[in-house]
Design a protein around this ligand. Structure first.
Ligand code: TYD
Ligand code: MG
Length: 454
């Protein structure tokens, strides 16, 4: 009979310890340890398992003898989701989708279930069958082979899935399923870890792919412990908040493809619509005769996106100048303001500065820097940029304008969107790009100031 034992787990990284600790030695988090009861196998059980494992049928195989190239990815019939997965679902893979409540995880997976070509088992511990049906009625798809199952015991779910042999198993969500081998409540670290481990074993043994929904913790990590991300094959995260136009699906880990991918969706009355032309939508309200607004040519994932950046620079109202950003790193904006002050003698130190990247996307591509600088100067001097101009370069601390990757791709997109001019770094290599767009090369911030505002 297995022994019951109390252990303590860090709710941030999953580190476990026999004693309660104030600070986690692994991740440095304070006050993150929670108590959980787990069953430890006895010495006899361990010996029995060892004996079993020496009798396993599987044998090591030469790498050259392993057949490759026959893994066919299954098309999910959702182009944005396929893109994030690297082309489709690999048989036997376990995919974890994380995101804040209300972002659209259940909607996306139900939509995929209803559009998928094959048998689906949708396990929900969050909603009743009626609630799921109500949601399904809003979606413009139907699948006669989609089964709903409101069960939370993982062994029951897996034995049912073993009998049904679905083409895809969906678990909504990992925090609601429980394993009877563990005494802690649903959603606790040891439950989440155990259930994910069972799902992973099931997927590998049967070849049935599994998509797991995981809630996000306050600090933004999926399901709390990072170790969950180590168990599964693919981790994707839903970003954006409920007030924004777009919902972004970003790959964080992918054992079968690149993590450099991004899917873009828009929540509508009939579910999540795929957005294949984000640039047009992100610029639809752009007015080139107003100061403080510019267009940045950025690359998110693999594709170029043209996005409007807005700055508002006003005289400081309180003693300390206010700085506020939306979609861009606050510290990076402070750095850019300091560079502008030092290199171009612009009086940002006495101004309140607000920055907004339209559409609620969080931009990490430094190629947006030049557009931000142009928007800041444009607002400070109240001069509108005027024509259809795009910017794509990074700013360095000495005021130098640095080149960014995939510049050709950005220029080709500028052409497609009907831009007349693009400002890039002098060091960018653009040989061989046939375009009608005028390319302006800048080496220092002072050049930008002279050429546009001088
Ligand atoms: P949901 O998918 O339940 O989010 P999660 O599973 O991530 O918690 O809910 C998404 C939100 O989207 C919810 O507030 C209702 C809304 N919604 C729509 O706007 N249109 C739709 O067609 C559907 C199904 C939901
Ligand atoms: Mg949900």
């Amino acid at each position: 009979m297995a022994k019951l034992k109390v252990e303590f787990f860090c709710s941030s990284c999953g580190y476990n310890s026999a004693k309660w600790l104030g600070k986690c030695p692994a991740c440095g988090e304070w006050n993150s340890f929670t108590e959980e009861v787990i069953k430890k196998p006895t010495q006899a059980e361990v010996r029995e398992n060892e004996w079993k494992s020496t009798n396993v049928k599987s044998i090591p195989i030469l790498i050259d003898d392993v057949q490759s190239g026959n893994t066919t990815r299954k098309d999910t019939r959702n182009q944005e989701f396929n893109r994030v997965l690297g082309g489709g679902i690999v048989p036997g893979s376990v995919i974890l989708i994380g995101g804040q409540p209300g972002i659209g995880k259940s909607t996306l997976l139900l939509q995929i279930a209803l559009k998928y070509g094959g048998k689906i088992l949708y396990v929900s511990g969050e909603e009743s069958e009626e609630q799921i049906k109500l949601r399904a009625d809003r979606l413009p798809y139907s699948n006669p082979d989609c089964y709903l199952y409101t069960e939370t015991n993982i062994s029951t779910v897996l034995s049912q899935a073993g009998k049904m042999q679905p083409d895809l198993l969906i678990i909504d969500s990992i925090q609601t399923v429980v394993s009877s081998f563990i005494d802690s409540p649903a959603g606790s670290i040891s439950q989440v870890k155990e259930c994910t481990g069972e799902l992973q074993r099931f997927a590998k043994e049967t070849g049935i792919p599994i998509i797991i929904i995981g809630h996000i913790t306050k600090d933004g990590s999926i399901a709390g412990p990072k170790l969950l991300e180590h168990i599964v094959d693919v981790v994707v995260q839903f970003e954006g908040d409920t007030n924004n136009i777009f919902r972004i699906l970003r790959t964080i880990k992918n054992r079968f493809g690149s993590t450099d991918e991004l899917g873009i969706f828009q929540m509508t009355g009939n579910g999540l619509e795929e957005v294949s032309n984000p640039s047009e939508r992100l610029m639809e309200n752009y007015q080139d005769d107003i100061s403080g607004t510019t267009i940045a040519a950025i690359v998110e994932g693999q594709r170029p996106i043209y996005i409007e950046t807005q700055a508002l620079v006003t005289n400081c109202v309180f003693g300390t100048p206010q700085r506020s950003t939306n979609g861009y790193d606050n510290k990076r904006m402070s750095m850019i303001l300091a560079v502008l002050e030092k290199r171009c003698n612009l009086p940002f130190g006495t101004k309140d500065v607000y920055l907004n990247i339209v559409g609620g996307m969080k931009i990490v591509d430094p190629g947006i820097d030049l557009a931000i600088v142009a928007a800041l100067i444009s607002s400070l001097q109240d001069i509108s940029i005027g024509r259809k101009i795009a910017f794509a370069a990074e700013i360095g601390l000495t005021g130098e304008i640095r080149s960014v990757p995939r510049i050709e791709q950005r220029i080709v997109e500028a052409d497609r969107l009907g831009f007349e001019d693009i400002y890039i770094a002098a060091s960018s290599k653009v040989e061989g790009v046939k375009t009608n767009v005028r390319i302006h090369k800048l080496s220092r911030l002072e050049d930008l100031f002279e050429r546009i505002f001088g």
